[in-house]
Design a protein around this ligand. Structure first.
Ligand code: GLC
Length: 607
């Protein structure tokens, strides 16, 4: 009896210790943020998931086996960088991905400032248990154009006019080089939408309205971005917006400020597949690792929560093994509560949620859904495996930190020459009467006018430095069409410019009048337009130029075909220049005959 009395307290103490440490471990492992950075499961130099000699599968198996539920949920969040007030939040919430929404850069938009900003976010992951690097994504849709001094390539609609897959691949590869130089390894491009309605503001982000051309150029772009030149992809591409983008019916937009964007697609399944599935099928066959689901509805159901589309068709039928990311607030538009929207979208097949600002809400709702069984742990692990696999494929765990010396590739001479080639090859000759074109470079006098002649921002279009683009010559580096004309002509050719076309020349006519006209910059739904056409200001300018010149050339800089039917008969030469970007000399290369016009329409232009 005495011995029992002596031993009992010891037994009791041991039992209590085991019990409390067990509860403590459970809490740490599954409920509290993973701040047990000293435990055995945490980062160690020799951990298998850090071993580059192991297969990606084995590295993912090891890593996911070490992760708490909290850490897994953090990998599924894609957060807009402006929602991070304190780098410690990245550590505390184990966030796995950040993005720069359109124009969301550092205060100074310079390449160095971008590099420092991205590196600072990455550094915050070093204080976590497993040190899983961040994916940083951006809409580098026509070059790394959020960054001041980057090469601004023609928007996709112009590349679509080139119909040149090799060119598109080189443009994409150059874009990826400029992105990687700033430590950004995820591009939200190529856009694989097939623009069936040019009234849609996103038309210029597409390769046009022909499914085969979109598929061909989309694959080329994807291969250029994900160039497997080393033992990992250079940058992760994103095939977007699955599925049916470009076929939304005019007037069905959920957002009352828009007309087409976020609208409803009423195609039957056969037509949806015929017009829109092939580009994604080819992208998956050629290594797409990320698909972004669009915010459109298909016959009234949000694509974001459509299990048939995301899981049955994309993941099972097409065999897509990468991850599906939702579009901006796409998940929270599914139903009237965030919890229900999240459960429906994740269970439909969304793997990463572009929240984009509410990560705390996302994390708690995910925890709740897992605890309730509304989202299974199998679905959680499937999503996280897909995301981690992509991170290993682009070498996120293995790359050295990006340093300043690599920044010289941004806006390099080689890239600008490539951009000029892309501009050249995208120019489409819409009309050429009276042998108006090509122009001689040794004319006596040329007059130049129009709202876009001396406006780099309009020349570049949306997604340039700012989401909606820039309307002017600040914030973009490059050559305007006006300067390109001045540089192209003989030294004794007189070039006179007046934006509105007000020239005091008496009865002397200029040999040629060039009016460079077109659209103001816009992006997405803000560009939805019931009848895309030239402004009254531009039409007035064209009239004045015609009165003062022997031959009239109209250069249209726009994201889509414009309605010019009523006016084109009075014009001698007409060129569709699309949105050429920083290298205006690509326009004059064909205007003055150094190169032949080779572009042809990527979408129907009613003339
Ligand atoms: C936008 C666009 C999408 C873009 C994303 C992130 O709303 O729909 O194309 O990649 O948000 O900027």
């Amino acid at each position: 009896m005495k011995i029992y009395k002596k031993v009992f307290p010891l037994i009791f103490f041991v039992a209590i210790t085991v019990l409390t440490s067990g509860i403590g471990f459970f809490v740490l492992k599954n409920i509290m943020p993973g701040d047990d950075t000293l435990s055995a499961r945490c980062w160690k130099e020799v951990a298998p998931y850090l071993d580059q000699n192991l297969s990606i599968q084995k590295r993912v198996d090891d890593l996911i086996g070490r992760m708490t539920e909290w850490e897994k949920i953090g990998q599924m969040a894609l957060i807009e960088k402006n929602s991070i007030r304190d780098l410690g939040e990245i550590t505390k919430y184990n966030l796995g991905a950040l993005l720069s929404g359109g124009g969301a850069g550092p205060k100074a938009e310079t390449p160095l400032a971008w590099l420092k900003m991205v590196n600072s976010f990455q550094s915050a992951t070093k204080n976590t248990c497993l040190k899983i690097p961040l994916l940083y994504g951006i809409d580098a849709v026509h070059g790394h154009a959020n960054v001041l001094g980057a090469t601004v390539f023609p928007h996709a609609i112009g590349l679509g006019a080139s119909h040149d897959a090799d060119l598109v691949k080189r443009v994409a590869s150059a874009t990826a080089q400029e992105m990687a130089a700033t430590g950004i390894y995820w591009s939200f491009s190529p856009n694989l939408d097939v623009a069936q309605d040019i009234r849609w503001g996103k038309t210029y982000e597409t390769f046009g309205s022909n499914t085969e051309n979109v598929a061909k150029l989309g694959v080329a772009y994807l291969q250029g971005v994900q160039d497997y030149s080393e033992n990992y992809f250079k940058v992760l591409a994103t095939a977007k917006h699955f599925i049916g983008g470009g076929s939304m019916q005019y007037g069905t937009a959920r957002n009352k400020d828009f007309k087409v964007e976020e609208g409803n697609i009423s195609l039957d399944e056969k037509s949806l597949r015929q017009v829109h599935l092939v580009p994604f099928q080819k992208a998956v066959e050629n290594g797409a690792q990320v698909v972004m689901v669009g915010t459109a509805t298909w016959n009234g159901k949000m694509n974001t929560s459509n299990y048939y589309l995301l899981t049955d068709v994309l993941k099972t039928e097409l065999g897509f093994s990468g991850f599906v990311v939702s579009d901006w607030y796409g998940v929270y538009q599914v139903s009237n509560t965030r919890y229900d929207s999240l459960v429906k979208s994740i269970n439909a097949g969304v793997d990463m949620v572009m929240t984009p600002f509410e990560y705390k809400d996302f994390m708690s709702n995910m925890q709740k859904a897992l605890a309730n069984g509304d989202i299974s742990r199998e679905r959680l692990d499937d999503a996280v495996r897909r995301i981690l696999t992509a991170k290993f494929k682009i070498g996120l765990f293995d790359r050295p930190e990006v340093v300043q010396s690599g920044l010289s590739v941004i806006g390099s001479v080689q890239h600008r020459a490539l951009a000029r080639e892309a501009v050249r090859k995208s120019q489409v000759l819409l009309k050429n009467e009276n042998l108006a074109l090509p122009l001689s470079a040794s004319l006596e006098k040329i007059i130049v006018a129009g709202s876009v002649a001396d406006n780099l921002g309009r020349q570049a279009g949306g997604w340039t430095t700012e989401w909606q683009g820039i309307d002017g010559n600040y914030g973009v580096a490059g050559t305007t069409v006006l300067d390109a004309i001045k540089n192209a002509v003989a030294k004794n050719t007189k070039v006179e410019y007046n934006k509105q076309g007000n020239f005091s020349m008496g009865n002397n006519l200029a040999d040629v009048g060039i009016a460079v006209v077109g659209e103001k910059p816009y992006a997405e739904g803000w560009g939805d337009d019931i009848n895309p056409s030239l402004s009254a200001e531009d039409l007035e300018t064209i009239k004045k130029v015609k009165e003062k010149s022997k031959k009239l050339i109209v250069i249209i800089i726009s994201g889509r075909p414009l309605d010019i039917k009523k006016y084109i008969n009075n014009w001698d030469g007409v060129v569709a220049a699309w949105l050429p970007g920083s290298e205006g000399a690509g326009v004059t290369d064909v205007l003055f005959g150094d190169y032949n016009f080779s572009g042809w329409l990527p979408a129907k232009w009613p003339l």
